[in-house]
Design a protein around this ligand. Structure first.
Ligand SMILES: O=C(O)[C@H](O)[C@@H](O)[C@H](O)[C@H](O)COP(=O)(O)O
Length: 260
């Protein structure tokens, strides 16, 4: 079977990107609800939660444009191993950008890391994997958990989640969730979904904005450097979609698609 290509959607800025991202998320939600009555989504940190909030907190524009947060199960595609109220916590970031702005009766289920063992990184990863096992059925019955949607960022070195270029973790084939204690991006101690879990999601959306991303975007889309983001593109094909602004893809020759 021929390999499919990722979808590259470019927008003038976050104000035009956010409504398209919202539409894509609402479609993904409908697919998830049709599939299993729940919407299982994992999110990253960085600049993503802010863009996500711009997309999701906007008022609904039609009967088809409804976000049912009560049916959402939110996981973290990667998390820094710090207390949940720490300035570095991806949960704390998502909470302040999005969760705190949702009404009390519209709160999703949010799966945070277990902070009881912050000094034992492997234990944090293992216990988070158990959270996935409970949600997605046992490891014996499913080889990999299949998220309805992953919402990811792209670092200036081409990393995504906490999967960094050239890191041995990229070769992990067994664990669903892995620890990393030498993240080049601080803080060093993190847990992350592994590459097979990322590439097996029903849909993977990347959000990358700003001129600071343009060099790495050329490396991801126009070169063959085996960067983590490119490995996700390769594994997910057209199940991967990129929501970017024009400055982020200045000079990139990979063909854009129009978002309908
Ligand atoms: O916890 C983290 O550090 C993030 O999950 C990380 O993977 C992030 O998504 C990228 O570094 C992109 O970050 P920006 O969107 O801020 O560039």
């Amino acid at each position: 079977m021929p390999k499919t290509q990722p979808n590259l959607y470019a927008f003038s800025g976050v104000d035009t990107l956010a409504p398209a991202l919202r539409k894509y998320i609402v479609q993904s939600q409908a697919l998830g609800l049709a599939r299993h009555g729940i919407f299982k989504v994992a999110v990253s940190g960085g600049s993503l939660p802010k863009t996500l909030a711009a997309a999701l907190l906007a008022p609904s524009t039609s009967d088809d444009d409804v976000i049912d947060f009560k049916k959402w199960e939110i996981f973290f595609a990667d998390e820094r191993v710090v207390p949940l109220d720490h300035a570095d916590s991806n949960y704390a970031l998502l909470k302040s950008e999005l969760l705190d702005k949702l009404p009390a009766d519209q709160q999703p289920t949010v799966h945070t890391i277990d902070v009881a063992h912050l000094d034992d990184l492997q234990e944090v990863a293992d216990s988070y994997e158990q959270v996935l096992v409970s949600s997605f059925a046992s490891r014996d019955s499913v080889r990999l958990p299949i998220f309805d949607l992953l919402l990811l960022g792209c670092g200036p070195d081409g990393h995504t989640c906490s999967l960094f270029p050239g890191h041995p973790l990229l070769r992990e084939t067994n664990a669903w969730v892995a620890p990393i204690d030498d993240s080049p991006k601080p803080p060093p101690k993190r847990i992350t979904l592994t590459l097979p879990v990322v590439t097996h999601a029903v849909r993977v959306a990347f959000v990358a904005t700003g001129g600071g991303k343009k060099d790495i975007m050329k490396d991801i889309f126009d070169a063959d450097k085996g960067l983590p983001c490119a490995l996700v593109n390769e594994g997910a094909g057209d199940r991967a979609s990129w929501f970017v602004d024009e400055p982020a893809i200045q000079g990139v020759s990979f063909p854009r698609r129009s978002f309908l």
